[in-house]
Design a protein around this ligand. Structure first.
Ligand SMILES: Cc1cc2nc3c(=O)[nH]c(=O)nc-3n(C[C@H](O)[C@H](O)[C@H](O)COP(=O)(O)OP(=O)(O)OC[C@H]3O[C@@H](n4cnc5c(N)ncnc54)[C@H](O)[C@@H]3O)c2cc1C
Length: 313
């Protein structure tokens, strides 16, 4: 279903607009419905004005990164979905502000390409992101990372267009990063700058390959998934437990609902076959949560972001 297009929102702005736009191909799951309006702002100013107008008119606004941590409802999403893929949002500046130890990347830049380019140039700091599919904005928003560290470890500053349309720059001392979350206000992450160091390109490349090889050997990277479905829970004794281990112990590896299944290789990877429905995956998530709750008394919370009509702010 498509709502009436509020073209007054964007007709005078430097944006590219798609109405009733399919989102499935924009996510790693490859499933889910359509966005009523998908807008690609071509400038920071257009992004600010559009955001301000959405706020003024009460139109829901969501930001799509590379879709690697996103599950879109079968019925799609209302309001405006933003995609920061214009050239201005994919820019990367090495030696930002003339300093070798500063790098700035815009929100729509590819994290995979950035990691490779850093190792090619002999820049150390982002190796922990090897093998994590993301846009820079999505990685910072999720504080993506793992065993080798998270992106928040090296973020120096972040520019965000908040939901009121105001652009502000937040420096490290005012930012808080925790396990898969940050204190960055809701809105669009326009750019992030990073503290990096010069190193031998061969050593950088070796480290990236080592981390990538580890990920590849422990995770089903090519499955249609969003990586880990559930957050690792904190146990009563204060330690963090592996959600994958709990799912394995609950006998859920290989469990299936319709076209959605729990990976045999990694219990926390829930994946889908081509043609699966988001409803299949939702039902599987509930089945896994119920089994783990019965088996170990732990209530698993999802790490993956869900988009459905009526849920945006
Ligand atoms: C095979 C595979 C392996 C993975 N392994 C890991 C891993 O090891 N560690 C890990 O942490 N994650 C992992 N993930 C999950 C995913 O890579 C991360 O969560 C990543 O940060 C998602 O970035 P994205 O650009 O795809 O964001 P999306 O999935 O597009 O969006 C995720 C959230 O970020 C928000 N967002 C996106 N862009 C912006 C922006 N510019 N400004 C503000 N908000 C924004 C969205 O609104 C949404 O709330 C994996 C996923 C896959 C498919």
């Amino acid at each position: 279903m498509i709502v009436a297009s509020p073209s007054s929102l964007y007709s005078d702005l430097d944006v590219r607009v798609e109405l009733d736009a399919p989102l499935a191909a924009q996510t790693w799951f490859g499933i889910g419905g359509r966005a009523d309006i998908l807008i690609h702002p071509q400038s920071v100013q257009a992004l600010e004005t559009l955001t301000r107008r959405c706020r003024r008119d009460g139109i829901p606004l969501r930001v799509l990164g590379s879709g690697a941590n996103l599950l879109v409802d079968d019925d799609g999403v209302d309001g405006v979905v933003l995609k920061l893929d214009a050239p201005v949002f994919q820019a990367v500046e090495f030696n930002a502000s003339g300093r070798i130890e500063r790098m700035r990347a815009f929100g729509g830049a590819s994290m995979e390409k950035l990691v490779l380019e850093c190792s090619r140039r002999g820049i150390r700091g982002l190796e922990q992101m090897a093998g994590i599919p993301a846009s820079v904005g999505g990685a910072v928003r999720m504080n993506a990372g793992g065993k080798f560290g998270a992106i928040g470890d090296v973020v120096d500053a972040v520019a965000v267009v908040a939901v009121d349309g105001e652009l502000s720059v937040l420096t490290r001392d005012s930012l808080h990063f925790a396990y898969r979350e940050t204190s960055i206000p809701k809105g669009s992450i326009v750019w992030a700058s990073f503290r990096v160091e010069s190193d031998d390109p061969i050593a950088c490349r070796a480290r990236v390959l080592e981390i990538f090889a580890y990920k590849k050997s422990t995770q089903p990277m090519s499955a249609a998934s969003a990586g880990c479905m559930f957050r690792n829970p904190v146990m009563p004794n204060g330690t963090m437990e592996s959600a994958g281990r709990l799912i394995d112990r609950a006998g859920m590896k290989g469990a299936r609902v319709g076209g959605a299944f729990v990976s045999d290789a990694h219990g926390n990877f829930l994946a889908v076959d081509r043609g699966a429905r988001t409803d299949d995956l939702r039902a599987l998530i509930e089945k896994v949560q119920a089994a783990v709750s019965v088996n170990s008394g732990v209530e698993l919370a999802t790490e993956v972001v869900f988009w459905r009509r009526g849920d945006a702010v």
